[in-house]
Write a protein of this length. Structure first.
Ligand code: SF4
Length: 320
């Protein structure tokens, strides 16, 4: 049987997964909403991938996880690689675009910028605090305008005169949007203005002080929005490259990292039968009161983290 590798990227909004072969070719892919339940999302993702995957021809021998729930997911899937999003996105992107110098990434609730030289990450920044430069912001503003977020991009392209929208933070942007609607700005101009506001906010926050050089690759869920792509191109005066799999590049990157690991272990797709549970426990041994996350598989503790020192470590008993 041929070898394959699974990469899973679990974020707060969406959960992504790919299975690749030894040449990094994607054999199966899935993208779904996390819906506040990373364990449930990973189970659904694995079922979806199993349906697409030729299990008679290939076997998965390596698993990598990334994203905000990477540790939890890594424990559940028995991953041999658990990596942060910066590394995963950089590896995924450079595998397709070896010359890339700048990666813009805008997801549902966070955004990042990665600066690359000769295929190596030399600088990066992440924004997890202000929503004004993220997909969640665009979705909420679309609703306010009575639109689906998918309608945003094509509508923005119809504008010749994007409305200026204060982009400093979500609250300012929202009140400014309402004001511009009341004084009669056209809907396409407001939508184009919002796309530009997301870009300006992004460049003034995560992009602040960064040496943005071409080629630029834009990824994450918001990279599907043609209005935001155009706004990036207008503001930076550079070509913006968006891969057809721009939403999967973190998962691809961590699958490649799993492939590069020497250790191999056959992966069992049948995780739906297994009961996983997480519990938070507060360590009271000092004033830090660390919240320790414990993961139980069929009632047995299989992993824990969150303790800032060894005094708070929770011992895992061997299953008999
Ligand atoms: S884990 Fe260590 S640092 Fe955290 S509360 Fe317990 S004793 Fe304090």
């Amino acid at each position: 049987m041929k070898k394959a590798y699974l990469g899973v990227d679990v974020g707060s909004i969406s959960t992504k997964g790919v299975i690749i072969d030894k040449n990094n070719k994607i054999l199966a892919e899935a993208y779904l909403w996390t819906e506040g339940n990373p364990i449930g999302a990973v189970k659904r993702l694995i079922s979806e991938l199993a349906n697409q995957f030729e299990q008679k021809k290939y076997k998965v021998v390596g698993v990598g996880t990334t994203g905000s729930a990477r540790k939890l997911t890594g424990t559940i899937l028995g991953a041999n690689v658990v990596k942060n999003e910066i590394t995963a996105h950089a590896i995924g992107t450079t595998s397709l675009y070896p010359e890339v110098r700048t990666i813009f990434e805008i997801g549902g609730q966070d955004s990042k910028i990665i600066i690359i030289e000769d295929g190596i990450v030399v600088d990066y920044a992440m924004n997890t605090l202000c929503a004004a430069g993220t997909g969640a912001f665009l979705t909420s503003q679309a609703r306010r305008l009575g639109l689906e977020v998918e309608e945003f991009g094509p509508l923005a392209l119809q504008s010749n005169n994007p409305t200026n929208i204060a982009a400093r933070c979500t609250v300012f942007a929202e009140s400014d949007l309402v004001h511009k609607m009341q004084i009669g700005h056209r809907r396409e101009d407001i939508v184009a203005g919002l796309c530009k506001a997301v870009v300006t906010n992004y460049l003034n926050n995560v992009g602040k002080g960064k040496k943005i050089k071409s080629p630029i690759v834009f990824q994450g869920g918001v990279s599907k929005n043609i209005g935001v792509i155009k706004a990036f191109s207008d503001v930076t005066k550079e070509e913006i490259i968006v891969d057809p799999n721009s939403h999967l590049l973190g998962a691809l990157g961590v699958a490649i990292l799993a492939k590069n690991k020497k250790s191999e272990k056959d992966f069992d797709f049948d995780i739906n039968e297994i009961e996983f549970e997480t519990r938070g426990v507060e360590c009271k041994k000092c004033a830090n009161n660390c919240e320790i996350i414990c993961v139980f598989k069929d009632g047995y503790l299989i992993d824990s983290w969150g303790n800032r020192c060894e005094n708070g470590a929770i011992k895992i008993k061997e299953q008999s």
